[in-house]
Structures are given as C-alpha cells and as structure tokens.
Design a protein around this ligand. Structure first.
Ligand SMILES: [Zn+2]
Ligand SMILES: [Zn+2]
Length: 262
C-alpha cells in the first residue's frame, strides 16, 4: 500500500507538472523558454497523462484565451456545462475558426509535435496518444510490477481531469473570486489551485496569460511556479515572463530574466 501511495503521489506531481509547465505555461503561453531537451522533459509527462497532441492542446487553449467566454470559445460553460467539460473534444477536427496554422504556427516547425498531431485528425491523434499511454504502462508493468503501473495509470487519469475540470469550475463566477475585474467569467478557486498545482488562480491567469507565475498574494500557492523559479535559479531557463506589479522584484533573480506580460 505504501508503495502504491508513494508511486501515485510521485506520478501525480510528474504528470501534473507535465500539464501545467509543459503543455500550458511553456507550449501554450511561451511564458518560459528553455532548451529543446528540457521542453520535451516537461511535455513528455503531459503526453503520458492522456493530454493528446501538444499542437492540438496549445491551439485550443490559445483560442480559449482569444475568444474567452464568447460563442467562439471552444469550452465556455456559458454555452453548456457538458460541452465545456468534455463535449468539445469529442469532435473529429477543429472548428472553422480555430486552426494550428493561425493559433500555433510556432509549434508546426517541430517534427515530433507534427507527428503527434496526425494531420489535425483528432480521433487519430487520440488513438495514437492512448496507444503510447498504454504502452508506457505495459513497460512499467514489466519492469516494476502492477502496483507501480496501476499507480501511474490512476494518477494520469486523475491529472487528465485537471484541465477539464478547471475549464468549467474556474469559469463559473459564484465558485471563486475575481482579483481583476474582467468581462469574462474567470475566477480564482483555491482548491483547484491545490489539485492543479497552481493553475486554479485562473482570473489572475486571464489577466496575465503570459506570466509564468499565477499566484499574486503570498497565500496564492503555485507549486508549478516554485519549480519554474528553481529551474531559473539553476540557470536552466533562457527566459521567464512575470506579470507586472509585486512580482517584478522576483524577476531580478537572474539577469537574463525578462519581465513582460502578454
Ligand atoms: Zn480560462
Ligand atoms: Zn492559459
């Protein structure tokens, strides 16, 4: 049991950071920049938690920010909870107003991401992702036994729920609070921030989407930011974007750190 719980906790954090740092802050918002090897190091655990094609993920997420809580937003709860949670990704391909050429041209240069994208056919890309995910658990089963393989699988399935749940909960005003007044419905929700390793400060994030740090008050705990700032101190990042305000001082840790927001 201890082995299972320990493995589950480690896999939860590993896969979780793959989503929050790899897929979200690094690929979707480019709030940090680093060598390709480190980028893949973070994207891999995201892919191994059933997140699907990185190009697809970033394209949809950038479209969410661009059209937030309008009828062009791919998953706004204003237009139905079921679609906001899971309905939006059961489609075969991109809706007419969203495409990687427009939303994610920077990612189309990467051959690995292009392969995982499967030409924009969502079903093919999902099947490939499931096959790789199952293969990974079979390798774990072979080398470490069923306890570790099961812990990894369950942690990945739970981590998969993070962005899906966040897309709904953090866009329902009565479930959280707004630090910044905005026309969209984004709110900060503390318990989502705990489960999502810092991503629940969603109203802050919509105000400063290009910031690698989402917590603003000292009590807005952001585990993903702690990891990013540790990498920055170790000199492993080429650039870190941090929103204006109180956080500017933190950006002086390294000279090469830039301060800007998108
Ligand atoms: Zn949002
Ligand atoms: Zn975002």
């Amino acid at each position: 049991m201890l082995l299972f719980l320990g493995a589950f906790a480690l896999f939860y954090i590993w896969h979780g950071l793959g989503v929050t740092i790899g897929y979200h802050r690094l690929l979707s918002h480019r709030s940090i920049e680093c060598r390709k090897a480190l980028e893949y190091f973070f994207v891999l655990p995201g892919y191994l938690s059933f997140e699907g094609s990185p190009i697809w993920w970033a394209t949809i997420h950038r479209a969410h920010h661009r059209h937030v809580d309008t009828n062009l937003d791919p998953h706004s709860p204003r237009y139905g909870l079921k679609n906001a949670y899971a309905g939006w990704f059961t489609k075969k391909t991109y809706p007419a107003h969203i495409n990687p050429e427009e939303q994610a041209p920077d990612m189309l240069k990467d051959k690995l991401y292009l392969f995982l994208e499967q030409g924009g056919d969502w079903r093919k890309a999902h099947v490939l992702s499931y096959a790789v995910n199952i293969g990974f658990r079979l390798i774990l089963l072979y080398y470490f036994g069923w306890t570790v393989a099961l812990a990894s699988y369950l942690a990945a399935v739970l981590v998969l729920q993070i962005p899906l749940m966040l897309n709904v909960v953090c866009h329902i005003p009565k479930l959280g609070y707004k630090r910044f007044h905005s026309a969209d419905d984004s709110v900060n929700v503390w318990w989502v921030a705990v489960l999502a390793l810092g991503e629940g400060w969603h109203n802050n994030h919509h105000r400063y989407p290009g910031s690698a740090k989402t917590g603003i008050s000292f009590w807005e705990f952001d585990l993903s930011w702690l990891v990013i700032s540790a990498l920055n101190r170790l000199g492993l990042l080429d650039r870190v974007n941090i929103a204006p305000g109180k956080q500017v001082r933190l950006a002086n840790w390294k000279k090469k750190t830039m301060v800007q927001s998108r």
